[in-house]
Ligand binder design. Sequence first.
Ligand code: SF4
Length: 403
Amino acid sequence: MNNTILNHRELYRLPWTLPDNAISWLEPTSMCNLACDGCYRDNEKDSHKTIEQIKHELDLFVQKRNSDCISVAGGDPLVHPEIVEIVRQIKLRGLKPILNTNGVALTPEFLKELKNAGVFGFTFHVDSKQGRGGKWKDKSEIELNELRFHYAKMLADEGNIACSFNATVYEDTLQDIPGMIDWAHKNIDIVNTMVFIAFRYIVPTMPFDWYAGGQKVDWQTIIYHTEQKRKVDILSTDMLKTVKERIPEFKPCAFLNGTEKVDSYKWLLTERVGTRKKIYGYLGPKFMELVMTFHHLFKGTYLSYADTKTSKMGRSTLLFLWAFDKGVKKALFKMLRNPFRVFKKSYLQSILFIQPVDFMEDGRQSMCDGCPDITVLNDELVWSCRLEEHKQFGQFLRSVPKG
Ligand code: SF4
C-alpha cells in the first residue's frame, strides 16, 4: 500500500454526485472491432440500440443527472451505423459528445462528419493488450505512442476537438506509464488528457464466494473473470509512485474517494501547465475548486472536458490565478525565470489515474463515490464497469468471504 504518498485532506474532492455529475455514460452498442484483454463488456454482434432507445436514454440522463458531457462508449461506438445521428442527438440536448473509441474505424472523412454533427472530443483507448493487428501487432506501450500521435494529429488537423487517451494498466505495463506521460508532455499542444485505468477482473485467488441475492453464483460464469492468477489490485497510488520516480514534482490536485474507503483514490487527477519543452508546474487543489465552482456557477454543470481553446490558456491561468493557488504561483515563478516565456503560448494538460472496484477483506466493494461513468439499464442508473453482472443476474453480485 502506498497511501502514505498522499493525504486526501490536502486534495480537492471533486464535487460530483449521482444527480449532479460532470459526465454520464451512453453505450449505443456492445459490439467492438477489437478484443481488449481487460474489457468488461460482452462483445455482442447485432447489439446496436435503435435511435429511439438511445434518445430515450439521453432523455433519462437529462431528467436524472445534471451533466456536462456524455461519454459515448460500448463496445466501440464508431461501429454503430447511426453514430453521427447519436452525436447530433447529444449535442441537441446541450451536452458535449465525447467518443470513447479504439480509433480503428476512424478516418479523416468520418471525423469531419462527426465534427459537423457536433462532436466535442475523443478519448482513444490505446494500449498493448488490445490484440491490434498489422503494424501495431505486439507493440509495447511506448511503441504505441506513434499510434497515439497519429490520432492526436488527425484531430489537430481537423481543429477544435478535444483529444484524450486512455490505457488499461496491467502489472507488466505499470512501469510504462512515465514513458506515456513523457510522450504526452512532448505533445502537450495537441494532447489534452491522459487516463490510466488499473486492470480489474475476477481471479481464482480472490477469497470470496459470489452471490446474486441469496443465490450462489459460479464465479467462472461471470464475464469478467480469468482462470489465471493475475494482479487485480493495482492502486492509483501505485501508478503515482511509478510516475514520481521519474518526475518527482508530479503532484495530483483532486480525487474521488471510494464508497467504502475515504482515503482511496478512485479518480486521482493531476493538472499541469507548460510547453512542449518545459513543464512549469502542477496546479493545486484551489485551482481545481475554482474551475469547478465557476463552471457550475456560470454554466450550471461541473466541468468534464475543457475545449481546446481553454487548454491553450496555460499562460493566462498562471498570470491571473496565481493569487488563489500555491501550485499556480509556483508554476508562474518557474515560467518567469525566463521572462521571454511570457510571450510563449503554454498549455494545460490533465492526467488521470482510475482505480475501479476494490474488494475489502469483509467482502464490501468500494466503488467510485460520485461515479461519473454511470449508464442506463432498464431505466435505472448503474455503474458501467459492472453492467454485465446486472444483465446476467439482474443485480450486482455480492462478494462474501469464503467460510
Ligand atoms: S464505479 Fe466503475 S464505472 Fe463508475 S467511475 Fe468507477 S470504475 Fe468507472
